[in-house]
Ligand binder design. Sequence first.
Ligand code: FAD
Length: 396
Amino acid sequence: MNDLVSSSYGHPTAGPSMVDLSLDEMQDMLRQLAHQFSVDEVRPNAEQWDMESEYPLEAIKSAHELGLLNLHIPEKYGGAGLGCMEEVIVNEELAWGDPGFATAAYATSLAIAPIITGGTEEQKEKWLRKVADGALASYAVTEPGAGSDVASIKTSAVKDGDEYVLNGEKMWITGAGYADFFFVLVKTDAEAGYRGMSGFLVEADSDGLTLGKKERNMGQRCSDTRSVIFDGVRVPTENLLGGAENDGWMNAMKAFDMSRPNIAAHATGLARAAFEHALQYADERETFGNKLHQHQAIQFMLVDMKTSIEASRLLTWKSAALADAGEKNTEAAAHAKRFSADIAMQVSTDAVQVFGGFGYSEEYPVARLMRAAKVMQIYEGSSQIQRMIIGREMLR
Ligand SMILES: Cc1cc2nc3c(=O)[nH]c(=O)nc-3n(C[C@H](O)[C@H](O)[C@H](O)COP(=O)(O)OP(=O)(O)OC[C@H]3O[C@@H](n4cnc5c(N)ncnc54)[C@H](O)[C@@H]3O)c2cc1C
């Protein structure tokens, strides 16, 4: 128990760089670029995208051209070769612009994470370069009958000569309607649970692959979410990720260590936006002869929002810095994702409260932010699943 207690103070191998919280020149330049992009291209369109469930394809292309997306593709495959820290800095700003846009723009990064961690040299050269050139991709793991319990997926791949034949249905796949290809997790050994899973890279125009209709979601409505059906889809053996069967689980899960800091950054950006709207409104609106923020009950609500946002960013940065230092960041990423998603929900709900009746109206952005926050507690591993991960790591 002593060991458990002492290790709860922090990551034992966290070095001195962990306490330097200043951004370097490149990071600060990226932050400003992403912020300005959100000011110019995202915020002015966010309400319309959400109201009309319009996929922000042109803005995603512009962000790609500006060099704001998929920053972790190594330079040798045409990417920027930057780290998780640079990604989280950019992603906070994009979500500050609009969380739905940030989710839609980030889907490809999640889909290529398993290629970065587990692809063969040929696969990296082919698929990462495609994305560096502007292709979009989706991460297809969840099924109608299996979300949190990934080991229960049923989609199968059976070898037939120099091809595999895929059958099954994936659900809730972000960006599916616009993806050029999919990372698909399947069972290659139905009896072996998570040890019987493999990852495949599947072209979106493959025969037998069809898409469901766009889901009508509570929030982040500009992001495209659909089912993807595989009916005898033939995939060449060279598209088996890593070249070996039954290696898929580790790759799919390692992807989350790269992506969860970014979802945490989205949640931090959302919360920051909601807080700023609430602070401004509390300075403009008067009740009982005082500005709203002069009432201590409201001021303390704003103060708690600000503390939560600071803590959320620190957890996010720590999980990203560990990844960049080559350290295992599974627990840190789970802390960051769980905490940031939960505070995004809390802060955006409190922002609606500060606005009173106007907060309940879609005329102000805080209602959209509150609707957008909920899914952050659900996707990429729900808040309950993050607690299970932290518990498992804590008691290891
Ligand atoms: C908008 C949106 C976009 C998405 N994008 C993608 C995507 O791009 N790719 C993809 O593969 N998936 C995607 N998902 C799926 C998402 O990851 C799953 O919805 C999520 O993992 C939860 O799975 P589930 O919906 O099956 O819920 P379930 O697993 O059925 O869980 C239901 C509830 O029970 C809780 N729960 C489950 N098991 C436990 C347990 N053991 N202990 C305590 N509580 C538990 C969960 O936290 C949840 O609250 C997306 C989902 C949404 C809504």
